[in-house]
Design a protein around this ligand. Structure first.
Ligand SMILES: C[S@@+](CC[C@H](N)C(=O)[O-])C[C@H]1O[C@@H](n2cnc3c(N)ncnc32)[C@H](O)[C@@H]1O
Ligand code: SF4
Length: 432
């Protein structure tokens, strides 16, 4: 391996800009005006709903989550429904149209059928869902059932995202996963039988002691099962987390170095492309039938994102925010009639070129001419030093119509490239 372009790989940017200033209790009442919720102009929206519960807490996962327990679930859903009402009855949301909805987690599949039905009834009655094109429901293969999948299909869900991580049960055991290969195979088949053919899988790679051969076996399974969309995450070991400690203490074999991680990524690109998949983002591979409308409208079109639930990130009416991350605080805030926003940021015109590049390049290329029409200057003229550095390092390619991450060096380091367009306060929010 040549000298790496960066000392370590960044996690992908999901949102830009993001809330950064704490919202004090006395400022909560100003949130509706900061989000322009009284503005009645028609607009298009994406909606994200966070269901934080998991049947088991994976020892590597940094996402906002809580242990699944029926009492906590009911209390949470009551608060979540109240939060939806606070937004849903405002002029801005009433006059918008929801284009895509993503119910993520945590593990939404831990909800029982009654709770799933109640959630969809609440979404239908509080949000303008008349022209929604895509509804994704995320979950874990261990908690989906044939009954839940049939119900989800009947309620309009047309995409399932499954956290498989690996089909290899020995690697799954090292990761402390609840699900087995059998659970994953069963859920994929049951989704298809329920009529939801757009099934997306999350796989992780560079797992403790994982060989290249084992990695290629996981990918071959994806192809064999006819999956249309796969998201490949390099395992990020987070200091202080259980998995990190088990590896550091010698209980588990180590993960490969950066060189092996790069080989695994490049092999995955070659193999999946040979099987008809296209590289769609720094993480995603898609073949016909595996489209993800929500992702395109979020990363390329920067549609407003109304996010509800624990720790959720949103961007509504020119205000970027993140909800509180602790369950009792979330319930308390909403129950007292306040939006549960912890951090906020008023988006400025100056943020938009950075947003265009930081989010757009995650999807591997941006429209250079569109950038010029929007901002009156080409990207490489606005950020000459950065683009000079990227071109010299072989990370991006500037063409007449597009600026693209280069294969494969630029794709491998794509999240680092994106992050260079973030303001300092956003960079600070990312774990190393
Ligand atoms: C928010 S989780 C939701 C998926 C679902 N709860 C499940 O696990 O079945 C989204 C994905 O992030 C990935 N992920 C979680 N922790 C990670 C880590 N430390 N490093 C890399 N990817 C991670 C996993 O692939 C996971 O499926
Ligand atoms: S990976 Fe999924 S199931 Fe595991 S703790 Fe994270 S959100 Fe929960």
């Amino acid at each position: 391996m040549n000298k790496p372009a960066y000392p370590f790989r960044e996690i992908g940017i999901g949102h830009y800009p993001m809330g950064n200033s704490p919202v004090a209790p006395e400022d909560s009442k100003r949130l509706p005006s900061l989000m322009n919720l009284n503005d009645a102009a028609a607009s298009s929206k994406l909606v994200y709903v966070h269901i934080p519960f998991c049947d088991s807490i994976c020892p590597f996962c940094p996402y906002p989550k809580a242990f699944n327990e029926q009492g906590a679930r009911q209390e949470y859903l009551t608060a979540l429904f109240r939060e939806l009402e606070m937004y849903g009855f405002t002029p801005q949301i009433r006059n918008s149209s929801v284009e895509a909805l993503y119910i993520g987690g945590g593990t939404p599949s831990v909800l029982n059928e009654e709770e799933i039905t109640a959630l969809f009834e609440q979404l239908q009655s509080t949000l303008p869902m008349h022209s929604v094109e895509e509804i994704t429901f995320e979950g874990n293969p261990a908690s989906f059932t044939a009954g839940k999948l049939k119900l989800l299909h009947a309620l309009g869900v047309n995409r399932i995202s499954l956290g498989v991580q690996t089909f290899n049960d020995e690697l799954g055991r090292r990761l402390g996963l609840l699900q087995t290969c059998e659970d994953s195979l069963r859920t994929i088949q049951q989704s298809q039988e329920a009529g939801i053919s757009n099934v997306s899988l999350d796989l992780m790679y560079n797992l403790p002691g994982q060989t290249m051969e084992e990695w290629l076996e996981d990918l071959a399974k994806v192809v064999e099962l006819g999956i249309g969309h796969v998201t490949l995450f390099p395992l990020k070991l987070i200091p202080g987390f259980g998995l990190f400690k088990r590896i550091a203490g010698g209980e588990l074999p180590p993960c490969g170095d950066l060189e092996l991680e790069q080989q695994m990524y490049v092999e995955a690109c070659h193999y999946l492309e040979s099987q008809g998949y296209a590289v769609e983002s720094t993480y995603d591979f898609v073949r016909p039938g595996g489209h993800h409308i929500y992702s395109r409208k979020h990363f390329d079109d920067h549609l407003d994102l109304l996010s509800v639930g624990l720790g959720a990130f949103g961007d509504v009416g020119g205000y970027a925010y993140q909800n509180v991350k602790l369950l009792p605080e979330y319930v308390k805030k909403v129950t007292s009639g306040n939006l549960p926003v912890a951090l906020g940021y008023e988006v400025k015109a100056d943020d938009l070129p950075n947003q265009f590049l930081a989010m757009g390049l995650r999807r591997t290329a941006i429209d250079r001419q569109l950038f010029q029409r929007k901002f009156g200057i080409f990207p490489e003229e606005m950020f000459p030093e950065l683009f000079d550095k990227f071109v010299k390092a072989g990370l991006v390619e500037i063409r007449e119509d597009t600026i693209a991450l280069k294969r494969f060096e630029g794709l491998f380091w794509g999240n680092n490239v994106c992050k260079e367009f973030c303001e300092e306060h956003i960079k600070m929010a990312f774990p190393k």
